[in-house]
Design a protein around this ligand. Structure first.
Ligand code: SF4
Ligand code: SF4
Length: 120
């Protein structure tokens, strides 16, 4: 299942009517997505998950991470993006880091060639 309904849900019932597969149910007063029925809206006329798209709350319906680390990175990226105002923080960081690393390698190249010559 890719989406889940959280405690932020205000029970407006909007998602119940828009879900093309009838995957959203109410169990003991709580809205819940049946993973057997949810198709992530793939293969329907919709281009995005309707439960998430129509939800009036911020996090009432959220993408469910498929594993622990995916969830961890999603949360972490969310926090970093909030703090830095940059969605692509890690991409920039990696580009900058690899550029610096490359420059350092280039600087070291003549030394290693020289030391190889010394060993011979
Ligand atoms: S992702 Fe689509 S199919 Fe799945 S629960 Fe949401 S609206 Fe229904
Ligand atoms: S649309 Fe959002 S707030 Fe409304 S019932 Fe569904 S999950 Fe809850």
């Amino acid at each position: 299942m890719a989406y889940k309904i959280t405690s932020q849900c205000i029970s407006c019932n909007l998602c119940l009517s828009v879900c093309p597969t009838g995957a959203i149910k109410i169990v003991e007063g709580q809205h819940w997505i049946d993973s057997e029925l949810c198709t992530n809206c793939v293969g329907s006329i919709h281009t995005m998950p309707q439960c998430k798209a129509g939800c009036p709350t911020c996090d009432g319906c959220v993408k469910q991470p498929s594993n622990y680390w995916e969830g961890w990175f999603t949360n972490y990226n969310h926090v970093v993006a909030k703090l830095t105002n940059k969605q692509d923080y890690w991409e920039r960081w990696f580009n900058c880091y690899s550029q610096k690393y490359f420059e350092q390698l280039q600087k070291r190249q003549p030394q290693s060639v020289g030391s190889e010559a010394y060993v011979k």
